[in-house]
Write a protein that binds this ligand. Structure first.
Ligand code: FES
Length: 126
């Protein structure tokens, strides 16, 4: 088994405005290409796989645009599943009760980092 790669530097903290556009990035889930995103909500950076719990498709209607008009919920652009940005839990829509797959993220020293794990690896290694 190969060691889990170290934390990945995704973007500067100030690239994520409060309830703003997300930073979207490529990664591998069990070796298959997927995308993830991080956004700032209520001051905290959260991260999830960019994959709806209803049909495995990307959520954003335009790259990095995940939140609804009032900037309160993550909305799937396909059939409108509504997720709580704090937890990734789907509160309404065709997959209510399911959740987005969370990513372990941390903000420190003005940067946002993602921590790979055994199932989720960087798409590109330095
Ligand atoms: S694919 Fe997201 S709600 Fe159907």
């Amino acid at each position: 088994m190969s060691p889990v790669p170290p934390a990945q530097d995704l973007c500067p903290s100030d690239a994520l405005a409060e309830s703003g556009k997300a930073h979207v990035f490529d990664l591998l889930e069990y070796g298959k290409p997927v995308r993830g995103f991080v956004l700032r909500f209520e001051g905290r950076v959260v991260g999830y796989l960019n994959r709806c719990a209803h049909v495995p498709t990307e959520l954003d209607w335009k790259e990095g645009e995940f939140l609804d008009g009032p900037r309160e919920w993550i909305i799937c652009s396909i059939h409108g599943a509504t997720y709580d940005p704090r937890t990734g839990y789907c509160v309404a829509g065709p997959c209510a009760g399911r959740s987005l797959k969370p990513l372990q993220v941390q903000e420190r020293d003005g940067r946002v980092y993602w921590y790979p794990r055994e199932d989720l690896a960087p798409a590109f290694c330095d």
